[in-house]
Ligand binder design. Structure first.
Ligand code: XMP
Length: 509
């Protein structure tokens, strides 16, 4: 097993993900775990994650010093690179400028973690501080024009450090670097297999739930569908599925999902709560407020549905399709990590009456899809683009009204339809339209218009944690744009978003 010490990075879980992709078990531990605990676990390697702190600040996180005496290979990434420097006697200074984004790395030693790399590699940086002086017995192994010590290693021991992030997809050969460390240096065996995971989850659900009844919320997305199917396989009739229509779903979504689940013989209750949701969201423009209101209202509707439609069952559990990235990005801000968004699945009121069960909480999106395939779910459903819990509410920047929802629904369905027709849809991780709160002047026929503008988002990603904008052919973009403007009343301008995550996020709110 490989242990990742988390110094508060948004990417610590991405590192774990990359290690799991190699077929190796990975576990994330807090940075201050004791050396004794690490000895007990007896990992084959340790990775120090990045983090938002500066090693130059008082009280910034440090791992236990004895970790360096355990004779276990260590790879320091970003903050981990700097903390290793400081603790072993080198020097870190404040850089003249922040290095942020893609850079060309000159690889000085193409061995060990850099085995098989080229002389120059594209890597992704995000740092302010720099290593100025190496600890004794360490040598520089890679450099960039802005960062003299972009990577280094110990002359004899298996200690390596890199200033850039190999875990994000922007680093072209990042996987290779992690694989060189995990398989080449740490020599771990590959025994983490996706096929066994679904069996284990089903067994765990059976053991946990026993004879109790479970309520599962269906959102229409892949995650809740896979979670519900695993539960259905494990406990059959003890599972009750509620599909709340918050009035924030895409065109025709309620009907298509409900039809699929009924075919699979789910005890399904479809609840139209659109009036309640839209009433509560009226006039709310703050994204976190929207997410909180939606999260709380969902729970209320579930409770109400149980009272009215499921009172004959003794429901003890609420199941959710929470996946690993939802948990990371909803993390409460701590001294060493900042909060990005509250994913609505986790924004539960304190006095919540159920126990929570989250069958796929440790999985990433692509793992969820692989499990879905093992469970024989229809290809189309599994390969639908992810759709966020708060739905179209976070794709309407500003006020949410029926009118705006309808405008967005129409535009979105044209966009998706055109992508499908052109064979582009399945090449894209997630594509959708966002309605902006801006209006601009246009001319249609011979008349002036003063209408909304929409932004088309299309991103390539592996797990939603980092993303690049998808290069849609320009002719197709033009077709989509003229179709939207021509067919959807209320829109006279179409923009195409060309921002990566980070620094943006995929959704707009
Ligand atoms: P962001 O916008 O954070 O999105 O870059 C990353 C991925 O997560 C989805 N997303 C959500 N999923 N509940 C969910 O179940 C949520 O509240 C939520 N917010 C964002 C988003 O669509 C993307 O796939």
């Amino acid at each position: 097993m490989i242990i990742i010490l988390n110094f508060g990075s948004q990417f610590a879980h991405l590192i774990a993900r990359r290690v799991r992709d190699l077929g190796v078990k990975a576990e994330i531990l807090p940075f201050d775990v004791t050396a004794e605990r690490i000895k007990e676990i007896n990992p084959e390697g340790i990775i120090f994650s990045g983090g938002p702190s500066s090693v130059l600040s008082k009280g910034s996180p440090r791992p236990a010093k004895e970790i360096f005496n355990l004779n276990i290979p260590i790879l320091g990434i970003c903050y981990g690179h700097q903390v290793m420097t400081e603790m072993l006697g080198g020097k870190v200074v404040k850089g003249k400028s922040r290095e942020f984004g893609k850079e060309i790395l000159s690889v000085l030693q193409k061995e060990n973690i850099f085995k098989g790399l080229k002389d120059e590699e594209i890597v992704w940086f995000s740092h302010g501080d720099q290593v100025e002086k190496l600890p004794k017995d360490f040598i520089v192994t890679a450099t960039t024009p802005g960062c003299k010590v972009a990577a280094y290693k110990h002359k004899a021991k298996n200690f390596f450090a890199i200033q850039f992030h190999p875990e994000v997809t922007h680093t072209k050969n990042g996987k290779k670097i992690i694989s060189n460390f995990v398989l080449g240096i740490c020599k771990v065996s590959k025994d983490w297999k996706i096929e066994d995971i679904s069996k284990n989850i089903i067994t765990e659900i059976k053991q946990k739930v026993g004879k109790d009844h479970v309520l599962v919320g269906i959102s229409g997305g892949v995650d809740s569908l896979v979670a519900a199917t695993l539960l259905h396989k494990a406990i059959g009739k003890q599972l009750h599925a509620v599909f709340v229509d918050p009035g924030l779903l895409r065109k025709n979504e309620v009907t298509s999902v409900a039809t699929l689940l009924k075919k699979q013989k789910f005890d399904l209750h479809v609840v139209d709560a659109s009036k309640l949701f839209l009433g509560r969201l009226a006039g709310v423009t703050d994204p976190e407020q929207k997410r909180k209101i939606i999260g709380h209202t969902f729970i209320e509707v579930f409770e109400d549905t149980i009272k009215k439609q499921l009172k004959q069952y003794d429901i003890k559990y609420l199941a959710q399709g929470t996946i690993y990235p939802d948990r990371i990005e909803s993390a409460e801000p701590t001294k060493h990590a900042s909060k990005i968004k509250s994913h609505h699945n986790l924004t539960l009121p304190d006095k919540f009456g159920f126990k929570i069960i989250e069958p796929i909480r440790d999985l990433y999106k692509d793992e969820v899809r692989k499990i879905g395939a093992v469970l024989n779910l229809p290809h189309d459903m599994l390969w639908r683009h992810p759709f966020p819990g708060p739905g179209l509410a976070i794709r309407i920047v500003g006020d949410i009204t029926e009118d705006r929802l309808n405008i967005l629904r129409e535009a979105d369905s044209i966009y998706i339809e055109e992508l499908k027709k052109a064979g582009e849809y399945e090449k894209i991780w997630q594509a959708f339209v966002v309605l902006l709160p801006l209006r601009s002047v246009g001319v249609m026929g011979d008349s002036r218009t003063y209408d909304y503008m929409v932004s088309l988002r299309a991103v390539d990603s592996v797990d939603g944690m980092s993303a690049d904008w998808h290069k849609i052919p320009t002719e197709l973009l033009e077709k989509i744009s003229s179709n939207i403007v021509g067919k959807v009343r209320g829109i006279n301008r179409v923009l195409f978003d060309i921002t990566q995550k980070p620094p943006s996020t995929i959704e707009y709110e």
